[in-house]
Design a binder for this molecule. Structure first.
Ligand code: ZN
Length: 244
């Protein structure tokens, strides 16, 4: 429901916007992010019900158009105007993003696209500095049976050894697992979500050969089950008739 918007992502009920991301009920924005009900703004973030703002500062209508013209001329000279925000502006860590999960993007793609690559544990990027790790336990210590989890586990930082990130159990969470007879999770929830998504087929395809007739075909890559028996449509239908 966006009208005459160009190169925008998540533009809702907006019109005449360009190169903007996550905007609602806006008109004539350029290079704006997370704005609501704004009109004629350039390079603004998180504004609501504003007009004639540049980099979140207000200007008269006349001054606005003059400055925007200067800014766009400078951007055009540097071949920047007309491009969406560069990827290193993204608040999402590319290597753990939907692109990595669904499109199997890795460090090669991150470098090609200009995404920032850093150690998520460095410079407190994931807030690890707030975790008192002196009492931390390892995810490998978590018992398999929920009945072996007592209150002593609640609120204690638990390090997911594979991901290198901390998580904890909450009392109501443990009570729920006990009532449903569910084993306590032994992985950080980010890894659980990523592994769940990776069980589905990815958006990247590869050539495979039908295990029955040898016909070539294109199938989706699955990282959880990389080696699977694949049949072409005809062979699968025959197989299905035989077994049913
Ligand atoms: Zn076949």
């Amino acid at each position: 429901d966006a009208i005459e918007c160009y190169s925008c992502s998540f533009a809702e009920k907006s019109s005449g916007c360009r190169f903007s991301y996550s905007i609602i009920r806006c008109q004539n924005l350029e290079y704006c992010f997370e704005c609501k009900e704004c009109e004629n703004c350039f390079g603004c973030v998180g504004l609501q019900r504003k007009k004639f703002h540049i980099f979140n500062k207000p200007y008269s209508e006349e001054e606005y158009w003059k400055r925007v013209d200067d800014l766009k001329s400078a951007m055009l000279e540097r071949s920047e105007y007309g491009e969406f925000f560069p990827l290193n502006f993204s608040p999402v860590y590319f290597l753990q993003s939907a692109s990595a999960m669904y499109w199997l993007s890795g460090e090669t793609e991150a470098k090609q696209l200009g995404a920032s690559i850093y150690d998520p544990a460095s410079a407190d990027a994931i807030g690890e500095g707030k975790v008192d790790t002196s009492k931390a336990r390892s995810s490998s210590e978590i018992p398999d049976a929920i009945d072996e989890i007592d209150d002593g586990w609640c609120g204690v930082p638990i390090r997911d050894e594979q991901l290198g990130r901390y998580f904890t159990f909450l009392k109501p969470e443990i009570a729920l697992y006990k009532s449903l007879r569910i084993a306590p999770p032994n992985k950080h929830f980010i890894r659980r979500v990523a592994e769940m998504i990776q069980e589905a087929n990815s958006a990247v395809f590869e050539e495979k050969i039908c295990a029955k007739c040898g016909k070539k075909m294109i199938v989706s890559i699955n990282r959880t089950f990389p080696e699977k028996t694949v049949y072409c449509n005809d062979c699968f239908n025959k197989y299905f008739e035989e077994v049913s």
